[in-house]
Design a protein around this ligand. Structure first.
Ligand code: HEC
Length: 173
């Protein structure tokens, strides 16, 4: 969007994306979602031309994630199955440094991001191809021209498939 190929400088971008996403954790969900869309708008995922393939993503996943999530996403005692989790969740978890997890805890801590944006997207694409789940928001959601008054509905629509029913409590007062 903003530039011709905004995903290329992955390392640097993911740092900023991570910074934006840290903020999200601290904000209420509605405001946080605005931050997320801003971070993602900057990297317009739908028109990515990555040099990495889905097959590369599979290899990266199997080398870095499969010990806990299984070679075929089936899960292990150390990590849940990723069936139906979707590429957006993979992108979020890895681009914020939560994954790969090093230590079990009540909530995966943020750490320095360990992969380039291209590597992250390749892994996400492989997970998506194996067991599809929620994907990146449409560009119309990211262009910043949405109607704020419909923001809460949009959050519920996008987030509910990932987080289960707890976002039902998000209805506006
Ligand atoms: C040491 C074990 C371990 C490793 C290595 C690991 N994970 Fe995880 N992962 C977990 C655990 C445990 C959870 C659930 C806990 C949580 O969400 O905080 C999880 C959660 C996730 C989720 C969220 C699942 C959901 O239902 O929303 C995604 C996506 C994910 N991991 C992707 C990855 C990717 C991609 C890698 C490799 C870059 C990776 N993980 C490496 C243990 C691990």
């Amino acid at each position: 969007m903003a530039s011709k190929n905004p995903r290329r400088n992955g390392g640097r971008r993911s740092k900023w994306a991570a910074a934006a996403l840290i903020g999200i954790g601290l904000l209420v969900t509605g405001g946080g979602y605005a931050g997320a869309t801003a971070a993602m708008a900057a990297s317009d995922s739908s028109s990515t031309t990555s040099t990495l393939t889905v097959e590369d993503g599979k290899k990266l996943f199997q080398a870095n994630c499969a010990t806990c999530h299984g070679l075929n996403l089936e899960g292990t005692n150390d990590g849940p199955s990723l069936y139906g989790v979707g590429e957006l969740s993979v992108e979020f978890q890895v681009a914020t440094g939560r994954m790969p997890l090093q230590m079990q805890g009540p909530q995966a801590p943020q750490k320095p991001v360990q992969f380039t944006q291209e590597q992250i997207e390749a892994m996400a694409a492989w997970v998506q191809s194996e067991a599809p789940g929620p994907t990146y928001p449409e560009s119309e959601v990211l262009d910043g021209e949405g109607d704020v008054s419909h923001g809460a509905e949009e959050v519920v629509r996008q987030v509910r498939p990932m987080r289960g029913h707890e976002v039902d409590g998000l209805h506006r007062a």
